[in-house]
Write a protein that binds this ligand. Structure first.
Ligand code: FSO
Ligand code: SF4
Length: 540
């Protein structure tokens, strides 16, 4: 196997024996083949569109779900990945009859049987592209598209569609098979991927806010109640809504975990009295925290870590997530899922063991921040706020990530952190105080809510009458882990944001030349020690 798509890849170069994430070589091979066949299907759909023919939304969804399936910590189940390859080949064969496929690449034409999958997979992985710069750019685009697909999938379950984004996503996937494209052309495509990333996040923002209202300042409880609970993790708000509905008056409380924390900020969920609070921290601490929770856990998206036997019988998956041996709650778009299995189990479980007490405050997505714009602008003009520091992205297992807690604590007291994604767990419980009533950590929400941070930056640029987004007093110090962070990064680059610091390590999939190109054109940099970075950013 060879996989280097996430920040925790072995030796900062690539997982070759098995994944640090727990992905086995057989699963990695099937995921490689799923990506390759999905690119082939995308070549066919792109050809169909070129010929003026329409592509059904169900095909768009098949493609985005396939990409979502291969994101780090989403699907560890070979049988379902194999079934997805079969469905992809079947759809491709049907659609290929409607288009002129004579000039399309092999991936568009291959139609092997299930017993040929393993042999084919070894020939179509990441390393099948020999030129390391082309490989690097192809993977940068592919990982960005995986992140984009995850975001549009969440919008799709809320019945929001955008054919333009799907058409681009498929055209870009197909382009990664095209040997005639130069490094310059692929670089331009990576930036175009970023601009569709902005649109994808905007689509999801629209889907979430039109369904559940605009996030507002909210105090979230970190303690536990005395009743049994169900813990919901991942990013899918529609799943949470269905679960909350079905647990009304059952004597069960519902808690959020990791990236689901921002659900508390949405007005629509506040009416549920049994929507108790947030339990635990970022994804990587789940082994201890899920054990202590005592009740059923619903994984709506990444990040699932291979579960310990002690709580495996309490893990349920839904959507793109699968883990062998854990029950899966089915439900297609528009259908109400049936969570009675979890509810029945919860009734016989002990209440959660308390991990901590206290509260945290969040809900600073674009509408809420713009409502406070006057107060914030005044604070900037008076000098009470000197700089904003965007610390969005992911948390992870690496010890070196303690940098982010130390960095947040070392920041001058006249700075405000703008955050989104699970990166926040490194500093959202540190009580960093406030500036004239404005908290020093403003949490916009999930990783996709980085869109809010971009909207806020663009608004500040307008208010201060600046021509260039880079003239704002904003520092970008972003942490990444998986492929959603890649689309967030590309989205920021497409908006013209420069000098982003990315850590705790730069992606292994950036070849030296591609990394140099990003440094030269965008000022992308890594991180240093907290002391040196304070000196760099603040000159002290
Ligand atoms: Fe995994 Fe975290 Fe939101 Fe990332 S829980 S690591 S960019 O923030 O994606 O999914
Ligand atoms: Fe390794 Fe990350 Fe790939 Fe898992 S997703 S196999 S940890 S590079």
């Amino acid at each position: 196997m060879f996989c280097y798509q996430c920040q925790e890849t072995a030796g900062c170069s690539g997982c070759t024996k098995s994944g640090v994430c727990g992905k086995r070589p057989e699963t990695a091979a099937l995921q490689d083949l799923l990506i390759w066949t999905t690119k082939g299907l995308s070549a066919v759909t792109t050809q169909l569109r070129r010929e003026g023919k329409t592509v059904d939304a169900s095909v768009n969804h098949l493609i985005t779900e396939n990409l979502f399936t291969t994101i780090t910590n989403v699907n560890f189940d070979d049988d379902t990945i194999r079934a997805r390859i079969e469905a992809t080949l079947e759809t491709k064969a049907l659609l290929a009859q409607l288009a002129d496929c004579s000039a399309l690449p092999e991936a568009a034409l291959w139609n092997g049987t299930t017993d040929e999958f393993a042999a084919k997979a070894v020939t179509v992985g990441v390393l099948s592209t020999e030129n390391e710069d082309i490989r690097s750019l192809r993977e940068l685009i592919t990982y960005g598209l995986k992140g984009l697909a995850a975001y549009t999938s969440h919008a799709n379950v809320l019945l929001k569609e955008n054919e333009e984004i799907d058409a681009f996503l498929q055209r870009a996937l197909a382009a990664t098979l095209d040997d005639s494209l130069s490094a310059e052309e692929l670089t331009a495509l990576a930036l175009e991927t970023g601009s569709y990333g902005v649109q994808g996040m905007a689509l999801l923002d629209e889907a979430n806010t039109s369904a559940y209202g605009n996030p507002e300042i909210t105090t979230v409880d970190l303690s536990v109640g005395t009743r049994p609970g169900i813990l919901v993790s991942g990013h899918d708000l529609r799943d949470l809504e269905m679960l909350l509905e079905q647990t009304v008056n059952t004597g069960i409380d519902v808690y959020t975990h990791s990236e689901m924390l921002p659900a508390h900020y949405y007005p629509a969920f506040k009416k549920y009295e049994h929507f108790k609070g947030n339990y635990g921290n970022a994804w990587w601490k789940q082994k201890e925290e899920f054990e202590a929770f005592n009740g059923p856990i619903l994984m709506t998206t990444n990040c699932i870590v291979p579960p310990k036997d002690s709580y495996k019988n309490r893990i349920y998956t839904t959507g793109a997530v699968r883990y062998p041996g854990c029950p899966h709650i089915d439900g297609v778009i528009g259908e109400t899922k049936d969570f009675s299995l979890l509810i029945e189990q919860a009734k016989h479980c002990a209440p959660p063991t308390e991990l901590e007490q206290g509260t945290i405050v969040g809900g600073f997505a674009h509408a809420q921040v713009l409502a406070l714009a006057d107060q914030i602008v005044d604070a900037v003009k008076s000098g009470a706020i000197k700089k904003f520091v965007v610390m969005a992205g992911c948390d992870g297992r690496a010890k070196s990530r303690s940098y982010y807690s130390d960095f947040a604590q070392a920041l001058p007291k006249d700075t405000v952190i703008l955050t989104a994604g699970c990166a926040k767990y490194k500093y959202n419980k540190l009580n960093l105080g406030d500036i004239n009533g404005i908290p020093r950590v403003l949490d916009a929400g999930q990783c996709n809510d980085s869109y809010s941070l971009a909207v806020i930056a663009l608004k500040l640029k307008e208010v201060f009458g600046l021509d260039d987004i880079n003239d704002l007093p904003i520092i970008y110090n972003i942490s990444w882990y998986e492929q959603k962070a890649v689309i967030v990064l590309l989205a920021l680059l497409s908006l013209g944001v420069k000098n982003i610091h990315l850590g705790p390590t730069l992606p292994a999939f950036l070849s030296p030349n591609v990394a140099a190109l990003l440094v030269e054109n965008f000022g992308i940099a890594g991180i240093d020690t907290v002391e040196n970075d304070m000196e760099l950013f603040f000159g002290k």
